[in-house]
Design a protein. Structure first.
Ligand code: NAD
Ligand code: UD1
Length: 332
């Protein structure tokens, strides 16, 4: 029996693949490499001492994903595959809805046909919309402010409805906060195409000399230093959260939304200082206006993850920055 990782060659999927292989799982990766490369899969194999099965498949091709289930005995799925750039989703909403929603529908059809009823879905803290009631809890009101966010909300609903129609399904909706860092081997990490949207990949590119300075989006928020506060977590902690979720859905049917975050908020300038301290590099920055759509403070209440899954994030800011820097200086 194997676990299928859609989008398993991507940033979070690759780290999760390595952890799953290390924990003894058989892994099948299905990816169309729209935002990743097959080379990453070779590194995963090297890290784990065992190569995952790899299928170059686009979830938009129904027959392709169906064939994966025919070829391998898959008993559960972790569904990472999707487009994730918020700004691009505003520019190209149809592409985002088509890729993320149709891809998920095709995946669920294939799962249903092959009697595979366990799925862990990559949702996001973005489903809390413009909420101000931090820390965010799973039963807080949900909303979205851009097409990317809507796809996450819609997919959560689709999976809830699938379960309503058949209570043998088991669904974990994992709401990630801000995954950062890289594998401690330095072999795999995040390699954004073009200009990074997110803070830590941008800082890494400033540190390696690819960009002259960081633009800090706003210093007039109601936060201790005026810059935005987020819940940064090490990508390897996030990967281990997926193993816990997988173990949980193997034992329990139902639908559970679970926050994966540390429960601690860190400001942009605190993150810059942490990175500078670990790397010894200076990160010059320029204060810019607020980025449209950004909220002031976002961090998780991670209690449910602890109680339900037995998961807590273990690694601190220093380790996140050290592993990012170790990867960046060799790869970017
Ligand atoms: P990523 O872009 O690195 O990985 C996604 C992978 O999916 C890529 O390898 C891409 O090639 C693949 N893919 C996309 N569309 C596909 C399709 N139609 N068929 C097959 N493969 C396809 O992104 P990531 O950071 O690893 O994120 C993984 C998931 O987690 C995404 O769904 C993302 O929305 C979600 N998420 C990410 C973050 C974050 O900060 N990185 C936060 C919250 C949620
Ligand atoms: C972004 C996405 C969100 C997604 C999340 C996790 C946007 C608007 N939101 O959120 O939907 O769920 O990533 O992937 O893209 N910052 C700077 N300079 C930069 C980049 C960021 O100052 O160059 C600031 C931001 O204003 C924010 C913080 O750094 O305060 C973190 O930003 P980012 O890494 O983009 O994550 P989120 O805003 O949490």
């Amino acid at each position: 029996m194997a676990v299928l990782l859609t989008g398993g060659a991507g940033y979070i999927g690759s780290h999760t693949s390595a952890e799953l292989l290390g924990a003894g799982y058989n892994v099948v990766i299905a990816d169309n490499f729209s935002n990743s490369t097959p080379e990453t899969v070779r590194w995963i194999g090297q890290l784990a001492g065992r190569t995952p099965a790899l299928c170059k498949v686009d979830l938009l091709e129904r027959d392709g994903i169906d064939r994966v289930f025919t070829q391998y005995e898959i008993d559960s799925v972790i569904h990472f595959a999707g487009l994730k750039a918020v700004g691009q989703s505003v520019q190209a909403p149809l592409m985002y809805y088509h890729n993320n929603i149709t891809g998920t529908l095709n995946l669920c059809e294939a799962m249903k046909k092959h009697n595979c009823k366990r799925i862990v879905f990559s949702s996001s803290a973005t489903v809390y919309g413009t909420g101000t009631n931090v820390p965010f809890r799973e039963d807080d009101p949900l909303s979205a402010t851009n097409p990317y966010g809507w796809t996450k909300l819609m997919i959560e609903q689709i999976l809830r409805d699938v379960w309503e129609s058949d209570h043998e399904w088991s669904v974990a909706l994992l709401r990630y906060f801000n995954p950062v860092g890289a594998h401690n081997s330095g072999l795999i990490g995040e390699v954004p195409r073009g200009v990074p949207n997110n803070l830590m990949p941008y800082i890494a590119q400033v540190a390696t000399g690819k960009r002259p300075h960081l633009n800090v989006f706003g210093n007039d928020y109601h936060t201790p230093d005026g810059t935005g506060v987020r819940d940064y977590m090490h990508v390897l902690d996030l990967a281990s959260g997926h193993i816990k979720a997988l173990e949980y859905i193997k034992q329990n049917c139902g639908v559970e939304a679970v926050n994966l975050g540390t429960g601690r908020g860190t400001s942009v300038l605190e993150m810059v200082a942490a990175f500078e301290a670990v790397s010894g590099m200076r990160i010059p920055y320029v204060i810019q206006p607020r980025r449209p759509g950004d909220i002031s403070i976002c961090y998780a209440d991670p209690t449910k993850a602890k109680v339900l899954l037995g998961w807590t994030a273990k690694r601190g800011l220093e380790e996140m920055c050290a592993d990012l820097w170790n990867f960046a200086k060799n790869n970017l």
